[in-house]
Design a protein around this ligand. Structure first.
Ligand code: 8YV
Length: 328
């Protein structure tokens, strides 16, 4: 019998209690939460209410993912909750303002996924601008032999690239694009002192001055549809949109309309407004690259995210603090 980690802290009554898993998580993390922390699992549907009546008072920590999170209504049902430990750097699915009001700490997994997400962003730039996936579909469909060469694409090297959100991931993307002699500019909540890249005061100003616009901003209310129709129109018929952040940052309907009408050249998307559902109109287009939210999905990075998630949980259970807390 493995001693459960919560039992170690029974002496401190404020932190004696149970760990709750909310939403699906990496299978090995789910196993560890059960075997080493005796974690409970929040059921879906009709059982949920009954479960919360029975166990809500005992929960002191939640482990969740950036896709599920904890809203204010669930916090209300967990009166002793002290920490929301989030697997993922993005925590827009958790109501951080309500958490702060209730004195609940929220942690995420920054830094450990920066390289993989930035690698994927550059992969999407190359795929979208050079039409890699489209050319691959062309070969598989037997069209090369039947029709001859596919249409020419565009060059990546030397392109003007705008990045919305020059945080850890945006900066890692910019750094990589230096290898392609791209001219990088950016828009961010605040201009960054000493940044080597030109700052644009708004997303429209940025979009109209670049060939490729990459979204690397956090999701949430502050960035909802920040890339709206006007921004996409400013990017224009020769412009490409890349999104490795959150689908909520873009007006997805406007984007699809403009792509279908040839008023945007193409899009490389790892995220969507209503995941895992991707609009049929988008699936029908050949000038888009569509990925199932895999920015951080490598063995190495997911293992590092899992380790940091557990470090946060352990720290909270040990002394009530978090290793990588977020600030609302
Ligand atoms: C994960 C992500 O897919 O970290 C994030 O914010 O979007 C991804 O790394 C997600 O959090 C896992 O649930």
């Amino acid at each position: 019998m493995v001693a459960v980690k919560t039992a170690v802290h029974q002496s401190d009554s404020s932190r004696s209690g149970r760990v709750l898993r909310v939403g699906p998580l990496k299978p090995s993390l789910m196993d560890t939460l059960v075997s080493e922390y005796d974690a409970l699992e929040l059921p879906e549907g009709d059982e949920r209410d009954q479960f919360l009546d029975a166990h809500g008072e005992s929960i002191i920590a939640v482990v969740t993912s950036g896709r599920t999170g904890v809203d204010a209504a669930l916090m209300e049902r967990l009166p002793r909750l002290g920490a929301v430990v989030n697997f993922g750097v993005g925590y827009d699915a958790t109501d951080v303002d309500s958490a702060a009001e209730r004195g609940i700490g929220v942690s995420n997994t920054p830094d450990v996924l920066t390289d993989c997400v930035a690698d994927l962003a550059v992969g999407l730039v190359i795929d979208t601008v050079r039409g890699v996936s489209s050319a691959e579909r062309f070969v598989r469909a037997g069209r090369w032999a039947a029709e001859g060469n596919p249409p020419l694409t565009r060059q990546v090297t030397g392109k003007r690239v705008g990045i919305i959100g020059m945080g850890r991931i945006g900066s890692a993307i910019a750094h990589r694009l230096g290898g392609f002699r791209c001219t990088v500019s950016y828009h961010n909540r605040h201009e960054i002192d000493g940044s080597p890249y030109a700052y644009a005061a708004g997303p429209t100003a940025l979009a109209e001055s670049v060939d490729v616009l990459i979204i690397a901003a956090s999701g949430g209310a502050g960035t909802a549809q920040l890339v709206d129709r006007a921004v996409l129109e400013a990017l224009g018929p020769q412009g490409y949109l890349i999104n490795i952040a959150r689908g909520s940052v873009v007006d997805e309907e406007a984007m699809i309309e403009l792509l279908a009408a040839g008023q945007l050249a193409g899009a490389g998307l790892d995220v969507f407004a209503h995941e895992p559902n991707v609009p049929a109109a988008l699936l029908a287009l050949d000038n888009v690259v569509l990925l199932p939210h895999v920015g951080s999905a490598t063995v190495e990075t997911r293992a590092a995210m899992e380790a940091l998630t557990l470090e946060n949980l352990d720290r909270f259970l040990a002394d009530g603090t978090l290793v990588t807390p977020v600030t609302p």
